[in-house]
Design a protein around this ligand. Sequence first.
Ligand SMILES: *[C@@H]1O[C@H](CO)[C@@H](O)[C@H](O)[C@H]1NC(C)=O
Ligand SMILES: [Cu+2]
Length: 710
Amino acid sequence: MDKLSSLCFLILSIVTVLVVSRLWFPIFVNLPPEDMNDEKQSFEKHISLMSKAPHHPLDPLTVQEINKVRDILSSYEPFSNSFPTIHSLALEEPDKSLVLSWEFGDPLPPRRAAVVGILHEQVHVLSIDLELHRVIRHTANPTRGYPMITIEELLSAFDVALANSNVQKSILARGVKLKDVKFLSPSPGWFGKEEEGRRFAKLQFYTLQGTSNYYMRPIEGLTVTVDLNKQEVIKIADTGKGIPIPRSANTDYIYNGEKEPPEIKQINPISIEQPKGPSFTVENGHIVKWGRWEFHIKPDQRAGMVISRVMVRDSETGELRNVMYKGFPSELYVPYMDFDEHWYFKTYMDAGEYGLGLLSTSLVPLNDCPRNSYYMDGVFVDGNGKPYVQENIICVFERYAGDISWRHTDTLLPNAKSGEARQKVTLVARMTSTLGNYDYIIDWEFQTDGLIRVEVGLSGMLMIKATPKEYTENKDNEGFEPLVSENAIGVVHDHYITFYLDMDVDGVNNSFVNIDLVKEEQVNKSPKSSPRKSIYKPYKKVAKMEDEAKIILSLVDPSEFHVVNPTKLSRLGNPSGYKIVPTATAASLLDLDDPPQIRSAFTNNQIWVTPYNKNEQWAGGFLAYQSRGDDTLATWSQRNRPIENRDIVLWYTLGFHHVPCQEDFPVMPIVSSSFDLKPVNFFDRNPILRAAPAFVDDLPVCNVRSSLNF
Ligand SMILES: *[C@@H]1O[C@H](CO)[C@@H](O)[C@H](O)[C@H]1NC(C)=O
Ligand SMILES: [Cu+2]
């Protein structure tokens, strides 16, 4: 780059920072502290930020509200002698009809909290009214299964396990020092009678000796079962004495200045330019407005990130139109494929067992999210019911990746040169969750043409199984266990992310329509009217009952899947709709009566449609830990309820089969897949027909020439 253009970029950067920091003061307020000693101070700063009153019926509970809930609970008679451990405490959303009729300026509907606690081995589910200052509903053990485990009880289970002399002996016998031992507590799933009646965790161990990578040096074949209520060891299984611990060499992944080979040219710093600042606003903390879109976004301890009240403006009239009432990842099922005593139970249901929000971590500016990002904090609750702030767990930013949103050139016109084209700029809301070894990146991407793309990325560390093997025996026709490093198998597994999508296309009452693509043959017609033998035609089939909307995808028997408003017709008489467009996905190969598949039967179909029911939000059941599959999407849907022209919820499961390979070691490059919610006959014509093209002068500080001047 020449001197002029370098100067030009410098000026641009400074101007951008100035513009951005004035318009977007909260971004910088929320940046993580540089000095770790400032942590306490920054916590207080956030308390004051977060204690602001809620503005919207769906706003999460504030720090003050959580403290109030805790006060109410402490003086609640059944808990007056001992306070339960709190496994979740969050806003109990007001009834949908109240939220839909509420407008800015109206008083908020009564603020309520939903609390799940455990006391004396009983699960308590409470509803607390903050205005009335009392418990208004209290049930014990509503279903089988237990709530999300708390970090505190896991840490304490580890202490209990490590204090056990037999566990110590087993660890020392492998030449590992106790000070190097770390743990993971895979949820135990549910495997029949002998595991019932007590809440427990299975702890497994890793050594950090010689590495900063927590998960690459497993102590194989040692599983300690700890009763979570009593906090005592109930079983030690030690069968792995002869199995070596994988070596530490090449396991580090933290940047230490080490360089790639000089032949590989480094990529220069890169960022998008927004000389006029971002085009979106975040109003009252949670309402995002961008271009034609408007929606509410909030962190949630269990779902991670919840997007609500999604509306898009009509491209002709400018009117705000409803698309979706609420969307979020409802469950995340990850079964591993290994019969081994120390592996068979690894069949996680991460949202219900651990919490996608509770295990979200602060996003790293520039690397997790681009420079032009707005960050949002989450307020969660610890096992004692005390609020804490998880900083910067959601980022919202505009993305321009150099793509095109539409184009055309009339090449047959005599003077045709270049044609019409439009840039594709989108708005992304992102959250990541680190569920032990794995990292999930979940993006909701909003396009100007009305399409919403939900993308899930997988990264982090493989779950490693130690083995005496150092080299792969290449045998055909034999199931294999992928060796990803010396003595380290990357165990084969799946990931299923089941999304709850309460679509409200132009109103609450919608229908689910299969558009089946059906082959039509021209047979024995004489005289033959066409030389063609076959074509296909789309056939509409409105699903009247739930059973008609249980979809297993098939390439050879294709359909489109539309959610339409049968009472809202376009100029041409087509019902206004959105379709769900699956892309690459996977389906479970497990037996339907395999215990993990019974618990996660919500993955038996890729698509389900249910009538809206406030109590049916968690596909794996309200209490998912050690659940037995009797409160899942699959069991609710057995009722085969009517779904035509009603308030309906669409469920979609995005799946991945994962056969690990060496590139996944020691940290996995992202694997991703997505699905789209795409308007169909929702707009009367191309909704971005009149969007303006971009011109060179739009970027006044630096023009295109300077960046072409290599
Ligand atoms: C939606 O459908 C239900 C069931 O048919 C009906 O009771 C309700 O009034 C409808 N709601 C609206 C807003 O049309
Ligand atoms: Cu994987």
